[in-house]
Write a protein that binds this ligand. Structure first.
Ligand SMILES: CC(C)(COP(=O)(O)OP(=O)(O)OC[C@H]1O[C@@H](n2cnc3c(N)ncnc32)[C@H](O)[C@@H]1OP(=O)(O)O)[C@@H](O)C(=O)NCCC(=O)NCCS
Length: 132
């Protein structure tokens, strides 16, 4: 709570952290012919493991519902497989039906409900995709 009061909803994330996420994780984007952003996927490596955490995923507002999210997820799965990654984790708001449907469509399963994961009353589903 204190951190949110002090730093806002970003929880203290700053440019330095963002640069390290980009350098030491994987950031994939899907662009159209005019190089405009359609979808973005942000993965973070898990130290010492063949696993990554998908900490950010979104499709540009006006491009939603056109299949781009699914395309980008499937393409990133292929690329991560080539990097010997075996498993992807993510957490999602249990009310975010769109995202949950999308993740299920590309093979994620709900592993557990994490109570109060991001503070009191803020639950998350932990979802896992096996790449093997
Ligand atoms: C969730 C989100 C990434 C989906 O991206 P998208 O590019 O619109 O998704 P797609 O068009 O590829 O759809 C893939 C699947 O998602 C589900 N889906 C997408 N839009 C949906 C909607 N409005 N209602 C229900 N399910 C939906 C469907 O299962 C769909 O498959 P289908 O078209 O074969 O039925 C997008 O809505 C978004 O950016 N939301 C805000 C950010 C967010 O919530 N990110 C996830 C955080 S974990």
């Amino acid at each position: 709570d204190n951190e949110i009061e002090s730093f806002g909803i970003m929880g203290g994330a700053d440019m330095w952290m963002i640069m390290s996420f980009i350098r030491y994780g994987k950031l994939y984007v899907l662009l159209n012919e005019d190089n405009e952003l359609l979808s973005v996927a942000q993965y973070q490596g898990v130290l010492g493991k063949k696993e990554v955490f998908l900490y950010g995923f979104s499709t540009s507002l006006k491009e939603r519902g056109k299949g781009y999210g699914k395309i980008l997820l499937e393409e990133t799965h292929n690329r991560l497989r080539k990097l010997q990654i075996e498993k992807i984790y993510l957490t999602v708001d249990p009310d975010n039906t769109k995202a949950i449907n999308m993740y299920k469509k590309v093979g994620y399963t709900i592993e557990e409900l994490q109570k109060d994961e991001y503070g009191k009353g803020i639950d998350r589903y932990l979802m896992i995709k096996n790449l093997l």
